[in-house]
Ligand binder design. Structure first.
Ligand SMILES: [Ca+2]
Ligand SMILES: [Ca+2]
Length: 436
């Protein structure tokens, strides 16, 4: 959304001189072929997970007049190559349908010019992303929300929203919602954000605590978040620290667990455009979320933002193309498409990722990248904390502005958390993205 707003401001001022009844239509189509050799990480079994994953997103936006924009986006998402739509792997995805049946991703009205152009108001099912999604990202699903952005003096903004959660997994009896207030300030090349985010989950569900899974009747989480983003000429830095607090009520006796925890993320990047050798860049990443000490039964210090960025279509998205780590969970070979899957054995919690990457863009249309990630668990009852390492090599080719091809190979080396029989996973993927 943040990127969209300057765009919308430019668009709206351009439209002041154009036809207000302008209609904008488009489609994004994406096809991925994925082959994961030794998906289960066990060398004693010969296995692979191979499938095609496709998605089509069609959108329509219209300025009804200079003060009102309406937007609608429908999505169809599905898998080819697994045993039909009833494949157990396709149960419990986060989408209303994952069998090709279209569903509404966005339907909202946007009023950008309220109160003498100081208030931007968005009502309806809409995309929401805070920062890099460490705490909140709608990940192409959309939140049913009311959002107000109040522009203040000296490049400041107050962004407030309240959303009702409609993920299939949390469609229990009680109410579930997500609220946030974020204050933003820009000071030369520094962008500051101070945020307060509250998750209220009254519909309960499975709850991991130490070495066991409980049933929660209610979970309330709060995050106090500080973020700094510096945009220099040929470099950038991003820092984010979030403190978790709150309470979980675990059934059936309603015992209370106090929530604590800390999430941190630091990213640095630099690039250089050379006349002779093309564009070269490097980046470094450090990210970690605290885990929980199994010895403290009524305290859970595992940092677990429910709505963190985790998905890109039906595939997980995070640090590493295959392992796709967040600060709290990773790719789960037993439930690769399931919302709420974790990928880390019980008794192990908190993920630290250290990453290094290089990339180069050649002749404008070709980009190649090589990334390395090391993953460590923050808490573990066995004392074994090595989650593994991953190497990703990727080549992207942009054919005109409308078609993009991607080929990637990832090697994941599981650590001792996954046992002595765990062995290398090889993931190859091919992706075509068409925009028209
Ligand atoms: Ca195997
Ligand atoms: Ca504990």
């Amino acid at each position: 959304m943040k990127k969209l707003i300057p765009f919308l401001v430019v668009l709206s001022s351009a439209l002041l001189r154009a036809d207000f009844n302008s209609l904008n239509l488009g489609v994004d189509y994406r096809l991925r072929g994925i082959s994961i050799g030794n998906n289960d990480m066990q060398k004693t079994t010969k296995d692979s997970l191979d499938y095609y994953s496709n998605s089509a997103r069609a959108y329509m936006t219209a300025w009804l007049n200079e003060d009102v924009e309406a937007s609608f986006r429908a999505q169809s998402i599905g898998i080819w190559g697994l045993e039909g739509a009833n494949d157990p792997l396709l149960a419990h995805t986060r989408y209303p349908h994952a069998d090709g049946t279209p569903w509404v991703e966005e339907a909202y009205v946007h009023l950008p010019n309220l109160f003498d152009k100081h208030l931007n108001f968005i009502i309806g099912r809409q995309p929401i992303l805070i920062g890099d999604g460490m705490l909140v990202a709608s990940d192409e699903l959309g939140f049913d929300a009311l959002r107000a952005q109040l522009r203040g003096p000296w490049h400041t903004e107050l962004d407030v929203f309240t959303a009702k959660i409609a993920e299939a997994l949390s469609s229990g009896k009680g109410d579930s919602d997500l609220k946030a207030a974020i204050f933003r300030a820009q000071q030369e090349d520094r962008h500051w954000e101070l945020g307060f985010i509250q998750e209220n989950n009254g519909s309960g569900g499975d709850y991991r605590l130490g070495i066991s899974t409980h049933t929660a009747t209610r979970v309330d989480r709060r995050f106090y978040d500080g973020r700094l983003f510096g945009d220099l000429k040929d470099a950038y830095y991003k820092m984010e620290v979030a403190m978790q607090s709150g309470q979980a009520s675990l059934g059936p006796d309603g015992s209370k667990v106090k929530l604590k925890g800390l999430g941190e993320r630091l990213e640095l990047g630099a690039q250089k455009d050379t006349e002779k050798w093309g564009l070269f860049g490097v980046k470094a990443l450090f990210a970690q979320g605290t885990g929980d000490d199994n010895g403290t039964a009524n305290v859970d210090a595992a940092f677990r933002p429910t709505f963190a960025h985790r998905w890109d279509g039906l595939q997980r998205s995070g640090f590493g193309s295959h392992f796709a780590a967040t600060l709290s969970d990773v790719y789960d070979p037993n439930a690769p498409f399931a919302a709420g899957s974790n990928g880390i054995p019980l008794g192990v919690s908190g993920v630290r990722t250290e990453g290094l990457g290089i990339f180069s863009t050649q002749k404008v249309f070709w980009t190649g990248s090589l990334d390395y990630y090391a993953y460590t668990a923050m808490e573990s009852v066995t004392g074994l904390k090595n989650l593994g390492d991953e190497i990703d090599a990727k080549v992207t080719y942009r054919y005109t502005g409308f078609v993009t091809f991607n080929v990637g190979v990832s090697l994941f080396f599981p650590g001792n958390v996954y046992g002595n029989d765990a062995s290398r996973v090889t993931c190859t993927s091919f992706e075509t993205h068409v925009h028209f």
